[in-house]
Write a protein that binds this ligand. Structure first.
Ligand code: NAP
Length: 282
């Protein structure tokens, strides 16, 4: 089974649009994105976020700064947005220029408006099992898994990658679902062997086609977060961390790249913006 992230994300966006249309007041959810510098990938991501927000009825604005903006000016802007009650979600597009301390900037966002779920308060709430803003990509993976398996309790999961934006929050989400979770990383020995017995593999590494037939079994569900740009037979293409063509018939279900986790990430940003709105507008 190919897990159709595009369709599941479309359904999610449709539900969000419905919910936003039926809000019982005239205030629309409002997302502000801060974009610093000239990074081409960041500009594309931000444009897609703006477009998807407007399609579901979320108001959005992009505030652009030159690459040499100083930390203090950026913090002042975030504090203004924190105290602006018309703004419900704030997202600072990462990565930031090297002279700006990413952790410090994220910690300045009001946790209620932190639609990326990276603020330490949200990280702590997620790991304590409390209500939290959940980072968009792991939330998207979780929704894909729920759509595919429904009852995750007792499943043996291997997560490959332990980044703050992917692997760690994914582990917390699946622990909460009573999965047995192993988190593997670059220092883990025999990952291939560990994966062979997993019911679910979530891979977020950034190594093209790392997972092949030898890593999976007939019952495995593979969620592939990786986005890798490669050149194959003279053509540029995007592939995941799993060798999709080689293993799609060897597993129970798998997400394609593109068309799997990617569309869910943006849909979950919209979901988080609506959640932030509901937490602030009573
Ligand atoms: P990251 O911060 O670079 O983390 C990569 C993780 O992979 C680290 O924990 C690293 O281990 C581990 N790793 C590296 N080589 C490994 C190996 N050979 N075996 C096992 N583990 C290994 O990356 P990230 O930001 O989480 O992103 C991961 C991938 O997801 C990238 O391709 C990125 O483009 C993609 N991504 C996709 C989406 C989406 O919407 N689909 C969103 C975000 C990211 P150590 O901790 O030991 O270094």
């Amino acid at each position: 089974m190919i897990i159709d992230g595009k369709k599941i994300a479309k359904d999610l966006r449709k539900n969000l649009k419905n919910e936003i249309e039926n809000l019982k007041n005239n205030i629309k959810p409002y997302l502000v994105v801060i974009l610093i510098g000239d990074n081409t990938a960041s500009k594309i991501y931000v444009k897609n976020k703006e477009k998807s927000a407007s399609e579901v009825g979320i108001k959005s604005k992009v505030i652009k700064f030159e690459v040499n903006i100083n930390e203090k000016d950026l913090i002042n802007k975030i504090e203004d947005l924190n105290s602006d009650t018309s703004v419900h979600g704030i997202l600072v597009q990462l990565p930031l220029p090297k002279h700006i301390d990413e952790r410090k900037i994220i910690s300045k966002i009001n946790p209620l408006k932190d639609v990326d779920g990276f603020h330490p308060v949200n990280v702590g709430n997620l790991s304590s099992g409390n209500d939290a803003m959940i980072p968009c990509t792991p939330l998207g993976c979780y929704l894909l898994l729920k759509d595919t398996i429904q009852n995750l309790s007792g499943k043996n999961v291997v997560i490959i990658g332990r980044s703050n934006i992917n692997g760690k929050p994914m582990a917390q989400l699946l622990l909460k679902e009573n999965c047995t979770v192993t988190v593997a990383h670059s220092k883990t020995k025999n990952i291939e062997k560990i994966c062979q017995h997993a019911d679910i593999i979530v891979v977020a590494v950034g190594k093209p086609k790392m997972i092949n037939k030898d890593w999976v079994n007939k019952n495995s569900v593979v969620i592939d977060v990786g986005i890798n740009r490669i050149e194959e037979k003279g053509f540029k293409k995007i592939v995941g961390d799993a060798d999709f063509e080689n293993i799609k018939n060897e597993v129970s279900a798998i997400t394609p790249v593109p068309g799997g986790v990617g569309p869910m990430t943006i849909a979950c940003l919209l979901k988080n913006t609506l959640k932030a709105y509901k937490n602030q507008v009573k």
